[in-house]
Design a protein around this ligand. Structure first.
Ligand SMILES: [Zn+2]
Ligand SMILES: [Zn+2]
Length: 140
């Protein structure tokens, strides 16, 4: 028997194959079936209406979306987490397409600057290690 803390409610439970306790698993499955019922066949889902209809907290819906548990929502309408516009947002990071584009361009600029450094370093370390190994072998 392995006791573990549930990663959601932190309650101690008898760990089986999951990181969450039976109560949290049930809560999630209940929420998922309600969300699926509501979203099924809809082209787009407004998170505010979804929360109102299912009586599930918007934050919890977002958490489930982040975990990739909700497959029934094709297009999500919610408040963008960056520009706070109520529009179509990604179901992964809850950003509108404008903000996603902006983030990508910022990120790729950063990556370009960091690339040479991060590739040089490991090479240097391994060469040093190899040198040390060779010296040791010579000593023997
Ligand atoms: Zn739990
Ligand atoms: Zn935005």
């Amino acid at each position: 028997m392995v006791l573990s803390n549930c990663k959601f409610c932190n309650k101690v439970f008898n760990k089986t194959s999951s990181d969450e306790c039976p109560a949290c698993i049930k809560k999630r499955n209940d929420a998922l079936s309600k969300i699926d019922d509501y979203s099924f066949g809809k082209n787009e889902v407004n998170i505010g209406e979804l929360a109102k209809h299912t009586k599930i907290d918007q934050e919890y819906i977002k958490q489930l979306l982040c975990e990739g548990k909700i497959k029934s929502i094709r297009k999500l309408i919610a408040v963008c987490e960056m520009c706070e516009q109520f529009t179509y947002v990604s179901t992964v990071n809850f950003l509108c397409s404008n903000c996603v584009t902006e983030l990508k361009s910022v990120k790729s600029n950063k990556d370009d600057g960091l690339m040479p450094k991060s590739t040089e370093k490991p090479k240097f370390v391994s060469t040093k290690k190899q040198l040390r190994m060779r010296t040791k072998m010579d000593d023997l």
